[in-house]
Design a protein around this ligand. Structure first.
Ligand code: ADP
Ligand code: MG
Length: 342
């Protein structure tokens, strides 16, 4: 059973950025407005995520890291109108199987915070009072200590630096989707990136991507009614102004295309392809240089039209109305850049 647990956990928890994503999403689900992410040795020695969310009640503490415990959904129907990032109750338990985990938490009703140390099965092995304010801090040490091959993956500094960049991009994505969020990323005690609380989408964009880029971007909003669907398809975002070069030459810089579906940062090949195709059509002479436009696109559809359960890391989604969504995105791009393929 230990081997089975390790194998299935290592499928859910694949990388440093993946651990950070699960912990940050838990913080967001707990209503946190301040989230600090601190890494040591690129997260391999230590990942710590501290939030000021509602905390974990003492009665819940023994079960939070037990496989399939979730406080977020009660029934199958809840999946149809999912408003939280988490719903499978899989992350904390899986992290426990591949690292050492301690959770320190304090709710509004508690006098002091309690630090719980968990074992590889997610069971509390010890607890002691601690001094933190309301919220939750999860610390993950010795990641993949029992998965030498996974650990080996990070043996080159290049890989480690790429991973750190991905962590930053991930935090930038949440910064763009939740303007009110205050975020901090520290690596080996050095501040790598931070973002103050912002009042609206535009200020969040400035705070996240810098003031230099923002004058080149155009806010867009489009709403398309869909038969039989309450919300229709809503597309919001910021796109390069027509005729203004607003792209980076590589896909690996933090300034890039951010795609969200129902507030989740996702990878979506077909949406990405459309964005790049329409943007670079403005530059027929050297399309290669313009491959990576800086775009923020937020697609909102009815929650029942999305299946986020496609991959363990929830970064890919299945859209039941994919064709309609792609048509809506394309219509917006045509109206912006005037390019009609084919
Ligand atoms: P899920 O997010 O799918 O519910 P997780 O394994 O990520 O599953 O978390 C299990 C449970 O632990 C959550 O449902 C929540 O009740 C609690 N929890 C985890 N992290 C936090 C946090 N930062 N603040 C408050 N509660 C948390
Ligand atoms: Mg979760």
């Amino acid at each position: 059973p230990d081997t089975v647990r390790l194998l299935s956990s290592s499928q859910v928890i694949t990388s440093v950025v993946n651990v950070v994503k699960e912990l940050v999403e838990n913080s967001l689900d707990a209503g946190a407005l301040n989230i600090d992410v601190k890494l040591e040795n690129f997260g391999l020695d230590r990942i710590e995520v501290r939030d000021n969310g509602h905390g974990i009640k003492a009665v819940d503490a023994p079960v939070v890291a037990i496989r399939h415990f979730t406080s977020k959904i009660c029934s199958h129907e809840d999946l149809e109108h999912l408003e939280t990032y988490g719903f499978r109750g899989e992350a904390l338990g899986s992290i426990c199987a591949v690292a050492e985990v301690a959770v320190t938490t304090k709710t509004e009703a508690d006098d002091v915070s309690i630090q719980y140390s968990l074992d590889s099965t997610g069971t509390i092995v010890s607890q002691k009072p601690s001094h933190l304010d309301q919220g939750t801090t999860v610390s993950v040490t010795k990641l993949f200590r029992n998965l030498p091959v996974r650990r080996q993956f990070y043996s080159s500094t290049k890989k480690c630096k790429e991973e750190l960049k991905k962590v930053q991009e991930l935090l930038m994505a949440y910064a763009l989707i939740k303007p009110e969020l205050r975020l901090l990323l520290v690596h080996n005690k050095v501040v790598i990136w931070q973002k103050a609380k912002a009042a609206d989408d535009r200020s969040a964009l400035v705070a996240t991507l810098g003031s230099g880029i923002v004058p080149n971007l155009l806010p867009c909003h489009q709403r398309q009614e869909q038969p039989k669907q309450a919300r229709g398809i809503i597309i919001d975002g910021f796109f390069p102004k027509p005729g203004v070069d607003c792209s980076s030459t590589s896909s690996s810089t933090p300034e890039k295309t951010f795609i969200f579906i129902n507030n989740r940062p996702v990878h979506h090949k077909e949406v990405m392809k459309l964005l790049r195709q329409h943007y670079s059509a403005q530059y027929p002479e050297d399309s290669a240089r313009h491959r990576y436009p800086i775009i923020v696109i937020k697609i909102t559809v009815s929650p029942s039209a999305v299946d986020v359960n496609l991959t363990p890391d929830k970064t890919q989604v299945l859209l039941h109305n994919k064709e309609a969504v792609l048509t809506a995105v394309e219509a917006l791009l045509v109206s912006l850049y005037g390019f009609r393929p084919g």
